[in-house]
Design a protein around this ligand. Sequence first.
Ligand code: SF4
Ligand code: SF4
Length: 228
Amino acid sequence: MNRYINPDSDGRFYGLQDIVEADCHDCAGCSQCCEGMGDTILLDPFDLYQIQKHGKVTFDHLMTHGMIALTMRGGMILPHILMTDDTDCCPFLSDEGRCSIHPYRPGICRLFPLGRDFQGDELLYILLEKACARTERTGVQVGEWFDVEQVEAYHAFVRDWHDFRRQMGEVLAGAAEHQAQELSLRLMQNFFVAGYDTEKDFYPQYEKLAGRFRRAFAGMYRDESAHL
Ligand code: SF4
Ligand code: SF4
């Protein structure tokens, strides 16, 4: 398969077990990735679960305190970290230039300077070496770099969420305007606003929810009664 080569990468593709020169040693003295990021730090359901569980804040709290905002991607409404008006920095960046939510930072943040590369059902990782200010990085196993428990389950979730977004994007593109609006809001409400039971494991909750939507919309609005 001919894969697109990201010009900021080293041209290679990595799996979970591979060693990659991504370890920038806690980014000490650098916070380039936390400044001027616009709406690119998208949050996924696992990110919200983590912030809800460890940061003890709800989606509504994050919205009303201007820490996150909403954007459209592929027809879906998704939350993203909102840079501050005055300094154009992430609201979680401390005055000392450190991430104040480091143990439960979003997946995009914990991954960098790695990026994700989706091809069909496959998810591989790329090293965005030209996008990282630190040149003296050392080798680390890809799965270890994520710094999450149940790394295989996390990897499977990221791949499935990408697939789910693609599937819902197709449904939304084929729906009438009022149906698309209603579905977009339902997706937002169910996957982000409603929150998760943080006493329980995330993955079964996500799988159940995604399964419900997949079953309900398998008919792609051929059945007007598709209802959740
Ligand atoms: S969440 Fe943390 S790592 Fe991510 S952009 Fe904000 S301060 Fe940086
Ligand atoms: S540019 Fe590299 S060293 Fe700087 S914050 Fe980002 S990942 Fe860390």
